[in-house]
Write a protein that binds this ligand. Structure first.
Ligand SMILES: NC(=O)c1ccc[n+]([C@@H]2O[C@H](COP(=O)([O-])OP(=O)(O)OC[C@H]3O[C@@H](n4cnc5c(N)ncnc54)[C@H](OP(=O)(O)O)[C@@H]3O)[C@@H](O)[C@H]2O)c1
Length: 268
């Protein structure tokens, strides 16, 4: 077995300071005993919970500064990961905003050019730029996440997960509203599909999927929690456990699609 095949998996969680991103870090450190985690966030000095987690798992969690709107941050983080690990097995792009106001637009009246551009920058352009700088490291991964088919030509070296939202599905949109957020996630899904094609062509293959976490008890959805029935508002633990189950079952046949938290395929 080659060194790369034996090496422990390395996951990078982008947007790890709180919410689902933080939970992904916790879950992987707890359940994938040898894995290393790189947690990126825009303000490491203020990420007390991440530093606490690093203390609980000595030597396994690296915290790096990365504002996904700053291309130089993304490039710099990729250089740091290259120096420290030389490869990556999984990236989860978790960071996002609903809208700079903290609430989705309910009608055209609420739409502003700057609000829409900011939302698209963070939710769509950010994950695409992440793929640009980290693809080469994922191509050097050991395929430590997902399922490897026996056939060598179909095996993958790494996985990109873009956290999407069901409201980004054009086919599922019967209610309207939330212009910026819906548009940002629909466009993110297109980035997922494009990436799956370009990075799935050759060898080594990198898979790319969009995953919807359900409605989860985090700051992002907090303004709407009172409209959600109790059993439909997931804890971050439950949601991430479901999403990691999907990630661990991924293979080349499943790339380029959007999946709900329960593993069912979401319509575009
Ligand atoms: N919660 C839900 O019900 C729900 C439903 C569907 C989809 N989602 C999706 O799930 C993902 C995670 O959301 P969440 O619920 O965990 O939200 P959250 O608790 O509000 O966390 C958002 C995260 O994004 C980070 N972030 C925002 N702008 C950033 C930037 N420019 N650069 C780097 N990081 C940035 C925040 O960092 P700071 O701490 O620095 O602000 C924070 O860590 C998102 O993609 C969201 O769209 C959530």
């Amino acid at each position: 077995m080659s060194f790369a095949a034996m090496a422990a998996p390395v996951a990078l969680i982008q947007g790890a300071s709180r919410g689902l991103g933080f939970e992904f870090c916790k879950h992987i450190l707890k359940n994938k005993s040898l894995a290393a985690v790189v947690a990126t966030c825009r303000n490491p000095d203020g990420a007390a919970e991440l530093w606490g987690l690093a203390g609980q798992h000595p030597g396994r969690l690296t915290v790096l500064k990365l504002d996904v709107n700053r291309e130089e941050d993304v490039r710099g983080a990729a250089e740091r990961v290259k120096e420290s690990f030389g490869r990556l097995d999984l990236i989860v792009n978790s960071s996002a905003m609903l809208h700079p106001s903290g609430k989705g637009e309910t009608s055209l009246r609420d739409v502003s050019a700057q609000g829409t551009i900011s939302t698209l920058m963070t939710n769509t352009v950010g994950p695409l730029v992440m793929a640009k700088y980290f693809a080469a490291l994922l191509q050097k991964g050991s395929g430590g996440f997902g399922q490897q088919p026996a056939e060598k030509a179909k095996q993958h070296s790494g996985i990109i997960v873009n956290i999407t939202a069901k409201v980004g599905s054009i086919g599922d949109n019967g209610l309207g509203g939330w212009y910026s957020y819906r548009m940002s996630k629909a466009a993110l899904n297109m980035a997922t599909r494009n990436l799956s094609i370009e990075l799935g062509r050759g060898r080594p293959k990198v898979l790319c999927v969009s995953l919807h976490p359900g409605t989860v008890n985090t700051d992002l959805s907090r303004p709407y929690h009172r409209n959600v029935p109790k059993d439909k508002l997931f804890s971050t633990e439950h949601s991430v456990s479901c999403l990691m189950g999907i990630i661990e079952s991924l293979n080349i046949e499943k790339t380029g699609k959007a999946y709900n938290w329960d593993g069912t395929e979401l319509p575009w």
